[in-house]
Each structure stands twice: as structure tokens, then as C-alpha cells.
Design a protein around this ligand. Structure first.
Ligand code: ADP
Ligand code: NI
Length: 207
């Protein structure tokens, strides 16, 4: 298992090291650590395939639709890579299902993740969008696209980075799949609320 995991980390590093839209190698590693942390807790109550959790989290952003790849491409790229490493076919199917269904595309879209391993990886990915890391990633994204960090007079209210908290980040805690994921999300959610309170007060010179 160790060799498979380290080869997968190398594969991801090579493919995502220079990615600048918020899905770089370090994002993958944080999701990997979150996923293992959640899985260890969930494993006390449910049987699960830890290998699928580890590989699924490491490969969840490989050949993303943002870069023009589709479901078939991911199936092919991930399937080929894991088959070479002699991973069993059930685990491979589980990992491909994760890569193809993890994305939170819009707030009305139905969740199509249907394995416990996938639910864990999806929670782990969402956790990386909230809390201190989530705040940092959001402002990094905003800066990359040259957006204002905040504009209280913005009529459409969605052109500045603070708006993204209300469009997406503050909704995530209610979309968690697992008990452990939800617990972690609640702490990160509170931290974002504190950040926003402080931010608005400082904006007005109140603190
Ligand atoms: P995912 O692929 O996980 O759905 P996204 O591509 O939507 O994630 O987002 C990647 C990172 O960029 C996240 O941390 C997210 O909060 C941030 N981000 C996405 N859209 C915006 C936006 N409009 N303003 C600021 N940050 C954003
Ligand atoms: Ni991700």
C-alpha cells in the first residue's frame, strides 16, 4: 500500500505542481489528510476501503473539467495509472466514481456521490474551501482574477471576493455528508463568521 500511495503522490505532484486556480498539489495533500482523519473516525462505525479513500483524495482533481477533460478522460487516465500499480478493480472503480462526481458545481445540483469513500473525500474537499485555509484560498483566487476584496457599493453584489462567502462558503457546512466532516466544518464555519465580523468592523474603523 505504501508504494502505491507514494507513487500516486508523485504522479499528482507532477501533474498539479504549477496549477494556480486553487487546486495545486498542496490542496490535494490537505484533502488527503482531511480524508484520512475523517475516515479513521467513520471506520469505527462503518466498514470502508481505506485504499479508495487515500487514492480517491489524491486523484480527485486529476484531469478536472476546468481544464477541458470529461468523465471518459478521467476514467481513462486514472484507470490506466492505477491498473499499472496493480490496484484491484473494485477500488479503481470507486476512485473513478469519486473523481467524476466530487464537484460542487452549483447549489441546486443533486449530489451524485454514492459510496461512503466518495462522501468522505467530498467532505474533505469541502473542508479545504472553508476555515482559515478556505479564507486564504478565496483571497488568492480573487487576487488572481484581479477582483476587489470587498466593495460595499457593488450593486450586483457578486463581483468582489467577500461575496463568495455568501454564494458558497457559508453554505458548505449544511452540505457535509459524514458526522465527522460536519463536526470539522462547524468549527471552520464559526471561524469564518468571526473573520467576517472582524472584517466589517475593521472596514468601518470600529476595532
Ligand atoms: P471546486 O473545484 O472545489 O468546486 P472551485 O474551483 O470553485 O472549487 O474553487 C477553488 C477555490 O477558489 C476555492 O477555495 C474557492 O473558494 C475559490 N473560489 C472559487 N470561486 C471563487 C470566487 N468567485 N471568488 C473567490 N474565490 C473563489
Ligand atoms: Ni479539490
Amino acid at each position: 500500500m505504501k508504494i502505491i500511495i507514494s507513487k500516486t503522490k508523485d504522479f499528482v505532484k507532477e501533474r498539479l505542481m504549477n496549477e494556480k486556480s486553487g487546486h495545486d498539489y498542496w490542496h490535494t495533500m490537505r484533502v488527503y489528510n482531511n480524508a484520512i482523519d475523517i475516515a479513521k473516525e467513520e471506520q469505527k462505525e462503518n466498514k470502508l476501503d481505506m485504499m479508495a479513500v487515500e487514492l480517491g483524495s489524491l486523484l480527485h482533481d486529476i484531469a478536472d473539467h476546468k481544464f477541458g477533460y470529461d468523465d471518459e478522460d478521467r476514467k481513462e487516465i486514472i484507470g490506466k495509472f492505477l491498473t499499472k500499480l496493480d490496484v484491484d478493480s473494485q477500488t479503481i472503480d470507486n476512485v473513478i466514481h469519486i473523481a467524476n462526481n466530487i464537484s460542487f458545481k452549483n447549489k441546486d445540483k443533486k449530489n451524485t456521490i454514492n459510496t461512503l469513500e466518495g462522501k468522505i473525500v467530498q467532505d474533505a474537499d469541502r473542508l479545504d474551501a472553508i476555515g482559515a485555509i478556505g479564507i486564504a484560498r478565496t483571497f488568492t483566487f480573487g487576487g488572481f482574477y484581479k477582483r476587489d476584496m470587498y466593495n460595499p457599493t457593488d450593486e450586483d453584489d457578486n463581483e468582489h471576493t467577500i461575496a463568495h462567502f455568501y454564494d458558497k462558503l457559508l453554505l458548505l457546512k449544511d452540505r457535509m455528508n459524514t458526522k465527522t466532516g460536519k463536526q470539522k466544518a462547524l468549527k471552520r464555519h464559526e471561524y469564518m463568521n468571526e473573520f467576517l465580523d472582524q472584517f466589517y468592523d475593521e472596514w468601518e474603523g470600529k476595532r
